[in-house]
Design a protein around this ligand. Structure first.
Ligand SMILES: [Cu+2]
Length: 178
């Protein structure tokens, strides 16, 4: 997600023409009470145990028929090697201990995809060949995600970065869509 954040930051810089430093572009905005995103007030009192905290893993989503099950683990993506083209719903679960996500790009293999530091896939360089991905899923979390896939070769991967990215540790899978 670091890349996405960096991109967002760059976009914001572009929109505001490097706002924040001087007050030329920001004079219309109060410098102190700007309606920026504020964090929710910190919990100062320990929550009374009346109800359990909301647990997003309790109520699984309604998985449609024909959904392709995807399991994310250290360090692999466990799913079908062949997928039928069309609108495909992937039922993605993080069955590992670390956060993971599920990303798709067109390509023949991970090795052939453009890469950046730590062997992460360079999604910007992929351009239109980058199809999309889930959010970062914590251990036990699940997400349904839908893609329109033309026939061809695709690479499924987890693109969480690091000195050695998850993809570089083997969390990739070449899949044929036909
Ligand atoms: Cu991962």
């Amino acid at each position: 997600m670091r890349r996405a954040c960096a991109l967002l930051f760059v976009s914001l810089l572009g929109l505001t023409a490097c706002g924040g430093g001087s007050d030329d572009a920001t004079s219309a905005v109060p410098s102190t009470g700007a309606p920026t995103e504020t964090e929710p007030p910190a919990e100062t009192v320990a929550p009374v145990e009346t109800e359990p905290a909301p647990d997003t893993t309790v109520a699984p989503p309604n998985v449609p028929d024909g959904a392709v099950s995807v399991g994310l683990v250290e360090w692999a993506i466990e799913t079908d090697l062949e997928v039928t083209a069309g609108t495909v719903t992937f039922d993605v679960s993080n069955n590992g201990d670390f956060p993971h996500h599920f990303a798709i790009a067109r390509g023949n293999s991970y090795e052939e995809l453009p890469q950046s530091g730590g062997g992460a896939v360079d999604e910007v360089a992929l351009g239109d060949d980058f199809i999309g991905r889930t959010v970062n899923l914590r251990s036990g979390q699940q997400e349904l995600i839908e893609f329109d896939l033309d026939p061809g070769n695709y690479v499924f991967f987890c693109n969480i970065a690091g000195s050695v990215s998850h993809a570089a540790q083997g969390q990739v899978l070449a899949v044929t869509v036909g």
